[in-house]
Write a protein that binds this ligand. Structure first.
Ligand code: NAD
Length: 279
């Protein structure tokens, strides 16, 4: 941090170079840009070494290839883990320490969608959603934080959704993503004194493989775009930039915060949209 004058101190770097990050769900189908893949690429571009974790190793490897092939390159490791399992989360942290010697950041990005009310939802699918969307964030953080303590601090971003703030027919998903916001705030209080900041990104509709692999018509895609105040479509890069900012030293005074990245969709979109604004 540069020591400037009269309270105008500015960070002299992002505080990202030479650091090590784990990005869970860092793969994406094909060459698609998911939120995790975009975050991993943008962190690597800033000089952070990245462990790209996915339950599908081929998808994580593709992210690493994209990092290594890009302008200026970058250093990354693909690691296969199902982060619903504590043992896999422990192994992913060990892999970061073995390969890069430290751990500073965690982008807790894994999540799956749902559709329907509590009446529509089966018990099995409700439990699955809580496991994938909430337990993964608890388990990854549980194993990552001790490693961050050893380097004197760190930063975590948990990926929620605007569905937590503005429910619209994806009830189990909304509940799971609301838990992510509560988890973020509780963790920020618990770990702030250790120099670990914990924030949340709440994306609006973002055109990622998770969305288009479920089959989205051009009309629905257009409806999602028009639902935002800006009238533009969100991409994984928009989420990646927000994640990178919150992990960087530019966010050194921000913790427990939920950053909505939605082009103003929460401000303008109707409460119910049958076409599904998704995510
Ligand atoms: N796409 C949107 O519109 C949108 C909107 C709001 C929030 N989000 C959130 O952003 C996050 C990422 O979404 P995305 O659209 O980039 O998803 P995506 O499906 O494109 O990518 C997620 C990756 O996570 C991996 N994954 C899934 N379960 C896993 C597990 N148990 N262990 C390890 N890896 C696992 C998948 O293999 C996939 O490669 C999710 O938490 C999602 O809820 C997305």
């Amino acid at each position: 941090m540069a020591q400037g004058q009269a309270g105008f101190d500015v960070p002299d770097s992002w505080g990202l170079t030479g650091k090590v990050a784990i990005v869970t769900g860092g793969g994406a189908a094909g060459d698609g840009i998911g939120n995790g893949r975009a975050s991993a690429i943008l962190l690597a571009r800033a000089g952070t070494r990245v462990v790209v974790v996915d339950r599908d190793l081929a998808l994580a490897k593709r992210t690493v290839e994209l990092i290594e092939a890009g302008d200026g390159g970058g250093e990354a490791l693909a690691f296969q883990a199902d982060v619903t399992r504590g043992s896999d989360c422990a192994a992913m942290v060990e892999a970061a320490l073995d390969r890069f010697g430290r751990l500073d950041f965690l982008d807790n990005n894994v999540g799956i969608g749902s559709r329907g009310s509590v009446v529509d939802e089966s018990e099995e699918s409700w439990r699955r959603l809580m496991t994938v969307n909430v337990d993964t964030m608890f388990l990854a953080a549980k194993h990552a934080i001790p490693a961050m303590r050893r380097v004197g601090g760190g930063a975590i971003v948990n990926v929620s959704s605007i569905s937590a703030l503005r429910p619209r027919g994806l009830t189990a998903y909304s509940v799971s993503k609301g838990a992510v916001i509560a988890l973020t705030r509780a963790m920020a209080v618990d770990h702030g004194p250790e120099g670990i900041r914990v924030n949340c990104v709440a994306p609006g509709p973002v055109y990622t493989p998770m969305v288009y692999q479920r089959g989205m018509s051009p009309a629905s895609r257009d409806q999602r775009r028009k639902a935002s105040a800006l009238g533009i479509e969100g991409t994984g890069w928009d989420i990646g930039h927000a994640v990178r900012f919150l992990l960087s030293d530019f966010a050194r005074y921000i913790t427990g915060h939920t950053l909505v990245v939605d082009g103003g969709t929460t401000l303008t979109a109707p409460a119910r949209d049958a076409g599904g604004s998704g995510g």
